[in-house]
Design a protein around this ligand. Structure first.
Ligand SMILES: [Zn+2]
Ligand SMILES: [Zn+2]
Length: 364
């Protein structure tokens, strides 16, 4: 651990806008203020949303430090900072942790109604402009200053950094999807989209005791991966309905989950859900596209349709416990896409762009 960081200087990769190279700049390491925790970053992984921003498909306030999938070690606590993680385990200097991708206030309209991810004062790591004294707000830097209202989870040593970092994004989002869907033991679950989220969902459905898991993706080459993560069947979108009919005596899936980001997959998920079933829409994170929906269908088939964006702190606990318990059972290591040092962040982003579905790691 690098306790000498306090009072010293540390590097951050500053993103100044699409088309500009990252700028590696040194800033004074802040002393943690009230409720804050200073963390030495050991690994940050490049998420699809970081790539969208880098390629100019998504706008973020600049200059900013990207990266929200982060693992690090506690360096120092500010006054009143949490001394226990979300599970109630004592938190000490040197502990290896990950944390929620956003900090919420705990007291606003949405926080008090079970939607902390929609907090009216939400702060998201890797998504906000830097300001003097607040430069260390993202994952692609040597350290990070955790804000009050951040949910922290200690990591068991058995989960390696490149696998642990996406816990606070993909895996926690998938855990939230299953929380919304309700128990899946003994059910048929259909997962649409076999990127990191979808494959994680296939594995989680399996580990939660789903009787059958069917994975669906446009790319037939993902069939092998999906089976490795526990899918009993794989279909391309055109074949999903007939395959599901065969599997379920014509009824459809009890639970469908959309992680593909295409509106056609949302329509496909609704069509694939059985009467009285639940459909979770979680992949369409950028606007655009619409689907035709006959309300009569919704009514007659008594469908429950739930949108999901981000997650609540409790979902991160489930995500880390899932990886600790079942991470070895599924080929999560095969999703790792290599490691680059912070000074080569530009190369890391190029590599991640060329390898969709893989998580590239950056280590300070
Ligand atoms: Zn992410
Ligand atoms: Zn709030």
């Amino acid at each position: 651990m690098n306790t000498e960081r306090t009072g010293g200087r540390a590097l951050a990769a500053v993103f100044t806008g699409h088309g500009h190279p990252f700028e590696l700049r040194e800033f004074p390491v802040p002393a943690p203020g009230r409720g804050e925790v200073l963390v030495d970053i050991t690994c940050g992984t490049i998420c699809g949303s970081d790539l969208h921003t880098w390629h100019g498909r998504r706008q973020e306030p600049v200059p900013c430090v990207l990266g929200h999938e982060i693992v690090g070690r506690v360096v120092a606590f500010g006054p009143g900072a949490p001394r226990a993680d979300l599970r109630g385990e004592p938190l000490l200097e040197g502990d290896r942790i990950t944390w929620t991708l956003a900090a919420s206030c705990g007291g606003c309209f949405f926080c008090t109604r079970g939607l902390p991810q929609k907090c009216e004062h939400l702060f998201k790591y890797g998504h906000s402009a830097i300001a003097p004294g607040h430069e260390f707000s993202g994952g692609f830097a040597e350290c990070c200053l955790l804000r009050p209202g951040t949910g922290i989870v200690k990591l068991p040593d058995t989960i390696a950094d490149p696998m642990a970092a996406p816990a606070n994004c993909a895996v926690a989002t998938v855990a939230a999807a299953f929380r919304l869907a309700g128990p899946v033991e003994g059910t048929t679950v259909a997962i649409l989209g076999c990127g990191v989220l979808g494959l994680t969902a296939v594995a989680m459905a399996r580990s939660l005791g789903a009787a059958e898991v069917i994975a669906c993706d446009l790319d037939p080459e993902r069939a092998g991966l999906a089976r490795g993560f526990g899918a009993g069947a794989f279909s391309q979108p055109c074949g999903l309905l007939p395959d599901l009919r065969d599997l379920t005596r014509g009824r459809g899936a009890d639970v469908t989950m959309e992680f593909s980001g295409s509106s056609a997959a949302v329509a496909g998920a609704l069509a694939a859900t059985r009467t009285g079933g639940v459909s979770i829409i979680a992949g369409t994170t950028t606007p655009g596209g619409s689907i035709a929906l006959d309300p009569h269908e919704l009514l007659r088939r008594m469908l429950t349709l739930r949108g999901l964006h981000n997650y609540a702190p409790e979902d991160l606990v489930v995500a880390v416990e899932f990886l600790a318990r079942s991470g070895d059972r599924f080929p999560f290591a095969s999703l790792a896409g290599g490691t680059f040092p912070l000074v080569e962040i530009g190369r890391a982003f190029e590599s991640a762009t060329g390898r969709p579905g893989r998580r590239v790691s950056i280590t300070p």
